[in-house]
Design a protein around this ligand. Structure first.
Ligand code: NAD
Ligand code: UFG
Length: 337
């Protein structure tokens, strides 16, 4: 019996595959490599010493996807595959809706057809929109501010309706806060295309001298130093949450929602300082204008995940910064030779 990992060549998927392989699970990975490289899978093998069966398949190609089900005994799925750039989703909404929603519909049709009605889905704290307060619990009102976020919310609703129509389903919705860092080995990590949009990859490239200066997007937010506060979580901690979620999904049916964060909020300037202290590198920055759509503060109350899944983040901000720098300095050009 195998676990289907969609988007397994990507940043979070590759880290999750390491954890699942180390736990002795049999995996089948499907990825169209639209935002990743096959090298990440070779690195997963290098870390674990285990082979992963890989299909370069697009979830939009339902016939190719069905072949994966016919050739393997799939019993459950961890669904990472999707496009994730907020800005791009605003300029290419149809691409995002089609890829993320249609891809998920195809996947669910086949999971249903082949009686593998167990799914862990990568959602995001973006479904809380602009939260009225922090920390955020899972019962906060849901809203979105961009097409990417809309796809996450729609998929959450699709999965809920699916369960309502067929109570054999087991659906675990993980709402990730801000994943950063990399595997300790420095063999896998985040490899953004072009100029990074997210804070940590940008900071890492400035620390390494690849970019001159970080632009801090606004210092007039309602936070302790005026810069935006987020809940950064080590990607290995996040990866482990999927193992706990699947274990739970194997025991119960239903739909459950979990915040996956540390419960601690750090500002942009806190992160810059922590990065410098953890690595000894200099992170030059200047204060720039606000980035449209950004919110003041966003951090989780992660207690539900602890109570129900027995999962809790282990790594702190210093670990995250060290591991990010280790990956970036060993792979200054990401997975490219
Ligand atoms: P990523 O882009 O590194 O990984 C996603 C993978 O999915 C890529 O390898 C890509 O090639 C693949 N993919 C995309 N569309 C596909 C399709 N139609 N068919 C097959 N493969 C396809 O992103 P990530 O950071 O690893 O994120 C994984 C998931 O977690 C995504 O769903 C993302 O939206 C969600 N998420 C990420 C963050 C974050 O900050 N990284 C935060 C919250 C939620
Ligand atoms: N920031 C900067 N300069 C940069 C990049 C970011 O100051 O060059 C700031 C942002 O303004 C924000 C903080 O750093 O205050 C974090 O920004 P990120 O872009 O790293 O992360 P976001 O919280 O904006 O967004 C992330 C994901 C989204 C997801 C959201 C909620 O990128 O996909 O978390 O989960 F929806």
């Amino acid at each position: 019996m195998a676990i289907l990992i969609t988007g397994g060549a990507g940043y979070i998927g590759s880290h999750a595959m390491v954890e699942f392989l180390e736990a002795g699970k049999e995996l089948v990975c499907v990825d169209n490599l639209s935002n990743s490289k096959e090298t990440s899978l070779q690195r997963v093998k290098q870390i674990t010493g285990k082979e992963v069966k890989f299909y370069k398949v697009d979830l939009l190609d339902i016939d190719a996807l069905e072949k994966v089900f016919l050739e393997n005994n799939i019993e459950s799925c961890i669904h990472f595959a999707g496009l994730k750039a907020v800005g791009e989703s605003c300029s290419k909404p149809l691409l995002y809706y089609h890829n993320n929603i249609t891809g998920t519909l195809n996947l669910c049709k086949l999971l249903s057809k082949y009686n593998a009605k167990r799914i862990v889905f990568s959602s995001s704290a973006t479904v809380y929109g602009k939260p009225a307060s922090v920390p955020i619990t899972e019962d906060f009102p849901l809203s979105t501010t961009n097409p990417y976020g809309e796809t996450k919310l729609m998929i959450e609703r699709i999965l809920k309706d699916l369960w309502a129509s067929d109570n054999e389903w087991s659906v675990s919705i993980l709402r990730y806060f801000n994943p950063i860092g990399a595997h300790k080995s420095g063999l896998i990590g985040e490899d953004p295309r072009d100029i990074p949009n997210n804070l940590l990859p940008y900071v890492a490239q400035v620390a390494l001298g690849k970019r001159e200066c970080l632009s801090v997007h606004g210092n007039d937010y309602n936070t302790h130093d005026g810069t935006g506060v987020r809940d950064y979580i080590h990607v290995v901690d996040l990866a482990k949450a999927h193992l706990c979620a699947l274990e739970r999904a194997e025991k119960i049916t239903g739909v459950e929602y979990f915040n996956i964060g540390t419960g601690k909020g750090y500002s942009v300037l806190d992160v810059v300082k922590a990065y410098e202290e953890a690595t000894g590198a200099k992170v030059n920055y200047k204060i720039g204008p606000r980035r449209p759509g950004d919110i003041d503060e966003c951090y989780a109350n992660p207690e539900k995940a602890y109570k129900i899944l027995g999962w809790k983040a282990q790594y702190n901000l210093e670990d995250m910064c060290k591991d990010s720098y280790n990956w970036q300095s060993k792979n200054p050009n990401g997975y490219e030779e």
